[in-house]
Design a protein around this ligand. Structure first.
Ligand code: GLU
Length: 289
């Protein structure tokens, strides 16, 4: 009940879309059906009066396909060139599918420096506010074609972390991560039959971080470890975070309407203050941390 109330009340929502969600894994080509469903559901959330921000991967994958570059070519320069080509195509496709539902989108490319330094961070914050006030859906990605050059700051490396920083930057209530698995397991469920699903996390401690390492499937750039790091950033900033399977785009709507789906990480503001011992007792009682 409480979950339903909190999700329904989420006004500002960041949705992280992985490459595996918008690209057919077998061929590396764009999955138009999924992008259309995404545009429809997110436009609907915006029509309900919510602010929607997308963090989308896919630039490198789509660029590889356009340039016929083998998936094994992983050197930085090739990836950066692919991202420069693929980013344009990806935004063009988003523009087209969102236009079907009367929504305007905007491209926002960020680097780690733009979040770490005060002036660009404040500029980015103002830009997001202005876009949202016009009903525009910002689509964020890392500025891959230059970001690995930032020796001083490093790059985000994966869009799970980027999406958490974006959630913090825009003061989001909810971050939804579309993943290639259903959520967090205590261990890799394909290898350990005793692994069980964790549907709720109220505290991210060392034990949980260890589980994340063991349960990582690492199909995308970010495995469960990067998702837990993202959860730490998002929940500390006051946002709830949910990991759901991106195989079914309607999982976004299900999550927002408070259905018990995926793994929810409660924001620090919402979590009952508790000791690790209490958290463990909760696991025993309800199968959640
Ligand atoms: N920014 C990369 C891209 O657009 C993806 C990084 C990630 O998937 O985490 O291809």
């Amino acid at each position: 009940m409480e979950q339903m109330r909190r999700m329904n009340a989420a006004h500002r929502i960041v949705v992280k879309v992985g490459t595996t969600t918008i690209v057919h894994p077998e061929t590396g080509k764009t999955d138009f059906a999924k992008m259309e469903k995404l545009a429809r559901d997110l436009s609907d959330l915006a029509n309900q009066g919510r602010d929607v921000i997308i963090v989308s991967s896919g630039a490198i994958g789509i660029g590889r396909d356009i340039l016929h570059i083998d998936r094994d070519a992983r050197d930085n320069t090739t990836r950066q060139a692919c991202s420069a080509v693929g980013q344009g195509r990806m935004i063009m496709t988003y523009e087209k599918v969102f236009a079907e539902y009367g929504r305007v989108v905007a491209q926002v490319l960020l680097t780690k420096e733009s979040i770490a330094s005060k002036l660009p961070r404040e500029n980015a914050e103002r830009t997001f506010e202005a876009l949202l006030s016009h009903g525009v859906i910002p689509i964020v990605n890392e500025n891959d074609s230059i970001s690995t050059d930032e020796l001083e700051y490093g790059n985000f490396g994966d869009n799970d972390t980027l999406s958490a920083y974006v959630a913090k930057l825009v003061h989001a209530d909810l971050l939804i991560i579309l993943s290639d698995i259903d959520g967090l397991y205590t261990d890799d469920p394909r290898k350990n039959k005793k692994a069980f699903f964790i549907d709720e996390v109220t505290k991210i401690d060392d034990e949980l971080l260890k589980m994340g390492k063991e349960s990582s499937t690492s199909l995308g750039t970010g495995g469960m470890t990067t998702k837990l790091a993202a959860a730490q950033i998002a929940t500390r900033s006051g946002a709830d975070m949910i990991i759901v399977n991106g195989k079914d785009i309607h999982n976004i709507m299900k999550a927002v309407s408070g259905e018990n789906i995926g793994t929810i990480f409660r924001s620090r503001a919402a979590s009952p203050k508790g000791s690790p011992a209490k958290a463990k007792k909760a696991v025993a009682e309800r199968g959640s941390l």
